[in-house]
Design a protein around this ligand. Structure first.
Ligand code: S3P
Length: 181
């Protein structure tokens, strides 16, 4: 259960290609919140790209940096929309942190073919290098229960435009009067 209702952090979770970054930017613009992306924060902390971290230091180090990024982002005082990279919810402590700090956590979902069509150019997604369909299907199986557990809302975006997804999040999370303007 979300304990901090006064928080102005809106969190988006979901598999790679679910639209967290695109929707997050549009939502942040609508609310006049800052937009943050956990992968970008990892890259700032590590001073290198997600792909290079995976290739040179390995996934374990990436996951540690990801947890550090979430701690830093949750300490922000200003209102933010936070796109949390797909694998961050694997960690129980990351899930606890997000639940403790977010006003709402929206799980963006779409069928695998839709995810595939959106992830084609993702340089920061080394886990999709070999067999993207197989990898995404396996991630879905492993992670769906965790998304389910942590999310306050579940939104299937397949046939929705970005504006429609933003509208739905605003309504689901009761954000109508939340603009920081
Ligand atoms: C990952 C998702 C990616 C990135 C990395 C690993 C995952 O972020 O952190 O490639 O394990 O699902 P996005 O979900 O923003 O694509």
């Amino acid at each position: 259960m979300i304990s901090n209702n006064a928080s102005k952090m809106i969190v988006l979770i979901g598999l790679m290609g679910s639209g967290k970054t695109t929707v997050g930017r549009a939502l942040a613009e609508r609310l006049n919140f800052s937009f943050k992306d956990s992968d970008e924060t990892v890259e700032k902390i590590a001073k290198t790209s997600v792909r290079e971290i995976f290739e040179n230091q390995g996934e374990e180090i990436f996951r540690k940096l990801e947890s550090q990024a979430l701690v830093d982002l949750c300490a922000e005082n200003s209102p933010i929309v936070l796109a949390v990279a797909g694998g961050a919810i694997i960690s129980q402590s990351n899930r606890d942190l997000l639940q403790k700090n977010a006003r709402c956590i929206v799980w963006l979902d779409a069928p695998t073919p839709t995810l595939i069509s959106r992830t084609g150019r993702g340089k920061h997604r080394p886990l999709l290098d070999g067999d993207p369909v197989g990898s995404l299907n396996k991630m879905r199986l492993d992670r769906e229960p965790l998304y389910q557990q942590v999310a306050t809302h579940h939104l299937v975006t397949k046939s929705l435009s970005i504006v429609e997804v933003v509208d739905q999040i605003i309504s689901l999370c009761s954000l109508e009067n939340s603009s920081s303007r």
